[in-house]
Design a protein around this ligand. Structure first.
Ligand code: GDP
Length: 368
């Protein structure tokens, strides 16, 4: 589930943001594992380090990491009761790794708001209630099953049910009080016991405030409200202007885009920030491989060990893993070449217990 689902009420700017995100499609040949569907976008992860490494190594090809975004339109009030297509959309949300909730934070008399008035707090509440109700139903169903399982003669089954039961009670309580499941503190084992429920409110969430171009300098009243709510329900916030982003996305070259951003007084586009925050919410980090042929960014789950990181390139690399020659990209930026790194003794040989760090440059040695 290495993807972010984009949700929100109708007319808040989801499609505008999704099409800006996917306006420069990643070269799919490099990413054979990615799904190709109209509502799925494979988006390159902006990473200055990749360019900096490439300037020093001068490869023939540069390949960035990617992350998937899924446009999940159609969430409306009453979705959890199966009204309209609501239930189907909830099913899609269960399948994503993290949620980006687009909230309308702009005034525009020409664009109808489904409830007649721009009110982020009420929008967030409507969606929050639908998601919580959907989860509550899932939890209640499971609790019914657990009652039977706890009486099972198979000790393994009854023990597992007994362990899961109090966790579900806590989650049900939270949901009934309007808190997301992720607000219940659970350890890794407890989380695993209920992971197959795919609870929506257990996922990491980000509010994407969609503002007008002039709303980027300082937070408007709507954004302030969203930020206050985000603090309460343990969510992150990114402020972007969908309209401005779609204008930037329409520009042809990166140079033009940079000029545009500079003129607007922005250091980076809001989309870049959105992509990076999404990547981070999914618990993803990046390591690099660097050779004359190709400098490439690879995505791995935070905390993963060297052999698993190698397996992301090819399963053979994991199976036959011997060592990883490794250094951190910041060392390369300091010493300017791999040769100098070697002379300075900065290239380490790491074994199978090495925990890969974000920004490592790795060269795997393996048996075939
Ligand atoms: P969706 O239903 O959530 O997918 O919303 P859309 O992306 O289709 O946007 C609804 C309308 O709002 C469209 O007419 C967009 O052009 C407009 N819109 C999107 N973002 C902005 C924005 O930042 N400012 C303004 N004024 N209009 C926007």
């Amino acid at each position: 589930q290495l993807n972010c689902g984009i949700v929100g009420l109708p007319n808040v700017g989801k499609s505008t943001i999704f099409s800006a995100l996917t306006s420069a499609p990643a070269e799919s040949a490099n990413y054979p594992f990615c799904t190709i569907e109209p509502n799925v976008g494979i988006v390159e992860v902006p990473d200055k380090r990749l360019g900096m490494i490439s300037e020093l190594i001068t490869p023939q090809k540069i390949i960035p990491a990617v992350v998937e975004f899924v446009d999940i339109a159609g969430l409306v009030k009453g979705a959890s009761k199966g009204e309209g297509l609501g239930n189907k959309f909830l099913g899609h949300i269960r399948q994503v790794g993290a949620i980006i909730h687009v909230v309308r934070c702009f005034d525009d008399d020409d664009i109808v708001h489904v409830n007649g008035v721009v009110d982020p707090a009420s929008d967030i509440e409507i969606i929050g209630i639908e998601l919580a109700l959907a989860d509550l139903e899932t939890v209640l169903k499971r609790q019914e099953n657990l009652v039977k399982q706890m009486k099972s003669h198979d000790k393994k089954i009854s023990d597992k049910a007994k362990a899961a039961d109090p966790i579900l009670k806590q989650i049900a309580n939270a949901l009934e009080e309007g808190r997301p499941a992720r607000s219940v503190e659970l350890d890794k084992i407890q989380k695993e016991l209920i992971s197959d429920l795919h609870l929506i409110t257990m996922k990491q969430q980000l509010y994407c405030c969609n503002v007008n171009e002039d709303g980027l300098d300082s937070d408007n009243e709507y954004v302030k409200k969203v930020k206050a709510l985000a603090q309460k329900d343990d969510s992150q916030v990114v402020v972007i202007s969908g309209k401005l982003e779609s204008e930037i996305a329409d520009l042809d070259s990166q140079e033009e885009k940079n000029e545009f951003l500079e003129a607007a007084g922005l250091e980076e586009s809001g989309l870049d920030q959105l992509i990076r925050t999404g990547y981070d919410m999914l618990g993803l980090n990046t390591y690099f491989t660097a050779g004359e042929k190709e400098v490439r960014a690879w995505t791995f789950p935070k905390g993963c060990k060297a052999p698993q990181a190698a397996g992301i390139i090819h399963t053979d690399f994991e199976r036959g893993f011997i060592k990883a020659e490794s250094y951190h990209c910041t060392d390369l930026f300091e010493y300017k070449s791999e040769l100098k790194l070697k002379e300075a003794g900065k290239i380490r040989l790491e074994g199978k217990d090495y925990q890969v760090l974000d920004g490592d440059v790795l060269n795997f040695r393996f048996n075939v």
